[in-house]
Design a binder for this molecule. Structure first.
Ligand SMILES: O=C(O)c1cc(C(=O)O)c2c(n1)C(=O)C(=O)c1cc(C(=O)O)[nH]c1-2
Ligand SMILES: [Ca+2]
Length: 690
């Protein structure tokens, strides 16, 4: 029983002598035909994340159970989509660790740890996550968080080559999955919150030699003319200081490829800093920020672009998942590209030309009143301008949709979006020097307002949605509300199902046509990754990685009190009648702290709060309310209070606490400590009052 393989190669078991991960151009281009494989990130080059299998379907999904699970080494943000090649599953975990598992049993075949220095966690915006590997002719490729692109022998995980793809003196990180096109490994990077210039590069799969690099924003004006594309882009920037702050435009996640048109599509991120006032004298479109750019994969040559947020000032990246599909629009077959970028508008673009076809907002937005019907250019409102006073803007910087992959079911014609409904109080703010390795976004630090009205407005509008979007009608078909905005990516199947994990520790299946919740099962930790499905020996499986994490999990526990999940990370594989059990979820309440005396004045505490939110909150959480991924500083012991200055200065760098001694003088560290002690006292007082 070899499933529905439609080519002559029979699936091999991991113990056979067949070469591992023998993926070539033919297999990648024809990936849709093999339901016993998942050979590239979005299953196919078009990245639909749709599996034409219906053994598990809306009628029997209630019998789905765990077949096996495998625990990962690091219980932190787990964002990877695994690959499934000839019976072997290739997954990645936090800090870019790679695992090869026997897909039938979940048994570990090998693992590879690139030994990313733990303190590097502080060099990225959003945690040391990794979204998966790519495969080509016996090799696997992983982008390590510290900027290396590493080739492994798929058979045993031995390192074959490793190249540094970034300037290690700037705050670049790599979180996205590489893609391979005709022997070229394509990889981008992140860092646009910390002052970098974005680009995407191609490396030779055999040798690791760099073949081309496409920068997404203009370089140092002092260096003279650049490529034609960048000369065109330069005309949309003002002043010449953007270069010192990087400019941004990182390509940190999405890519897709159309083999017929031979076009590689990349999703480009936000400006660095966010605030256009400090980047481009407050004006200009700033190409290719927040754009989808089409390139020739052989050379990296620019072909066309479509900018989703001209003059981005809100971290509205267009790095969100890109799906290629053929749709009938107004009676005409159209080759389209679809994206739901952070800015809240769903775009359907002609993927041959980059021409705008249609668009509409898929979540509430107040930064724009709509799109120009001809060009698709957002019509920006007064509300979006925070240059003179703070503004409550929707969506916030985590977007209406973040990196969590969506999926497209050609049978229902719907796109299933893991949507976020969020708002943020944007205000003009400082731009610390890039060399300080701090967030440098030119807006006030993330915080929540004390004003109960403003806080209420944010809290009430914050939720998650599994949103079924009709890309032809540009309207919702149905949606399901979720307690946290931050949930898993989606998978569509021919069994009229959509699979999605959730923040509150569940993996669920919904009817693709109606949205009815049909099945759910506990996952202990929260799920942010996207599932895959495949069949082995005639049986259909669904796999998803659990592991609560990513930027919202770290920073915004204060806004999602319902989400109390333990820090655990696993590969979870399900099948009909599966009987395996997960260990009991462990989430012990933390013992109440015995905080030291607060000696700071009210004014000093306010300064401590501001410093905390400027430096600490992106990992330890706004208002110091943290997820269990990193220590909740309100619960610090007396000993930790004593060691606080040393810890902040680097004493726990090997455990992953980045050193901040170079930028925080002892008086400021003390103010932060006092602020935290004050929060501890508040906690104790609240407990006593209950
Ligand atoms: O601008 C960038 O370079 C960049 C990089 C990344 C990243 O690499 O993870 C994220 C973001 N931005 C970002 O804006 C964002 O919301 C985000 C969420 C996550 C995550 O993994 O949860 N990464 C990133
Ligand atoms: Ca960003």
């Amino acid at each position: 029983a070899c499933g529905q393989s439609t080519d002559s190669t029979t699936p091999s078991s991991p113990s056979s002598s067949k070469p591992a991960a023998a993926v070539d151009g033919k297999r990648l281009v024809n990936a849709d035909a093999r339901t016993d494989q998942w050979v590239s990130h979005g299953r196919t080059y078009a990245e639909e994340r749709f599996v034409p299998l219906d053994q598990i379907n809306a009628e029997n999904v209630d019998q789905l159970g765990l077949a096996w699970s495998f625990e990962l080494d690091i219980p932190r943000g787990t964002e990877a989509t695994p690959l499934l090649i000839d019976g072997v599953m290739y997954a990645t975990g936090a800090f870019s660790i790679v695992y090869a598992l026997d897909a039938r049993s979940g048994k570990l075949l090998w693992s590879y740890d690139p030994k990313v220095p733990k303190a590097a966690a502080g060099r990225g915006c959003c945690g040391p996550v990794n979204r998966g590997v790519a495969a080509w002719q016996g090799k696997l490729f992983v982008g390590a968080y510290d900027g290396r692109l590493i080739a492994l022998d798929a058979k045993d995980g031995k390192e074959l080559w490793s190249v540094m793809t970034v300037d290690p003196d700037r705050n670049y990180t790599v979180t996205g999955a590489p893609r391979v096109i005709d022997g070229k490994v394509i990889i981008g990077n992140g860092g646009a919150e910390l002052g970098v210039r974005g680009y995407v590069s191609a490396y030779d799969a055999d040798s690791g030699e760099q073949l081309w690099r496409f920068y997404t924003v203009p370089g140092n004006p002092a260096d003279g003319p650049e490529s034609e594309a960048l000369e065109m882009a330069r005309k949309t920037w003002h002043g010449d200081t953007y270069f010192e702050q990087g400019g941004g435009g990182t390509v940190w996640d999405s890519m897709a490829y159309d083999p017929e048109l031979d076009l590689l599509y990349i999703g480009v991120g936000n400006g660095s800093p966010w605030n256009i006032k400090y980047r481009s004298e407050g004006k200009g479109d700033n190409l290719f920020l927040s754009s989808i750019v089409a390139l020739r994969p052989d050379t990296g040559e620019y072909v066309w672009h479509f900018q989703t947020t001209p003059g981005d000032s809100w971290d509205y990246t267009a790095t969100q998942h890109i799906i290629l599909a053929d749709l009938e629009i107004e009676g005409q077959p159209r080759k389209v590209l679809m994206q739901a970028p952070k800015n809240g508008f769903f775009f359907v673009i002609d993927r041959e030309t980059g021409e705008f076809i249609s668009g509409n907002n898929y979540v509430p937005v107040n930064w724009a009143s709509g799109l120009d019907p001809e060009t698709g250019r957002p019509q920006v409102t007064e509300t979006a301008d925070y240059s003179t006073e703070p503004k409550l803007i929707t969506p916030g910087p985590v977007g209406g949709h973040n990196w969590h992959p969506m999926s497209f079911n050609p049978q229902t014609g719907l796109v299933y979006i893991p949507a976020l409904v969020t708002a943020n109080l944007y205000a003009d703010g400082p731009t610390p020097q890039v060399a300080l390795n701090l967030w440098n976004v030119g807006t006030a630090p993330i915080d929540l307002p004390d004003d109960p009205d403003a806080l209420g407005a944010i809290g009430q509008t914050t939720k998650g949605m599994l949103l079924a979007w009709d890309p032809v009608k540009q309207e919702a078909a149905w949606s399901q509300d979720l307690v946290s905005p931050w949930n898993g990516g989606t998978l569509s199947t021919a069994g009229n199902l959509v699979f999605q994990g959730a923040a509150d520790g569940r993996f669920a299946a919904y009817a693709a046509d109606t949205g009815e919740l049909l099945w759910q099962s506990p996952t202990n930790s929260g799920v942010v990754a996207a599932p895959i499905s495949y069949e082995l020996d005639g049986e259909q499986y669904v796999t998803v990685l659990s592991g609560w994490g990513g930027v919202y999990a770290l920073a915004f526990s204060a806004l999602q009190p319902q989400v109390r999940v333990p820090a655990e990370a696993r590969v979870l594989t399900y099948k009909l009648g599966g009987k395996a059990k997960l260990p009991e979820a462990k989430l012990e309440p933390l013992p109440l702290p015995q905080p030291p005396k607060v000696t700071a004045t009210t004014e000093q505490l306010a300064m401590g709060r501001e410093l905390y939110h400027g430096v600490c909150a992106v990992c330890h959480g706004v208002a110091a309310i943290s997820s269990p991924l990193v220590p909740d500083l309100r619960y610090m012991s007396a000993q930790t209070h004593e060691d606080f200055h040393n810890i902040v200065s680097g004493a726990r760098a090997v455990q992953g606490m980045p050193p901040f001694g170079h930028l925080l003088p002892p008086e400021q560290i003390e103010l932060i400590r006092q602020y935290l002690a004050k929060l501890s006292h508040d906690l104790v007082a609240r407990d006593a009052a209950q």
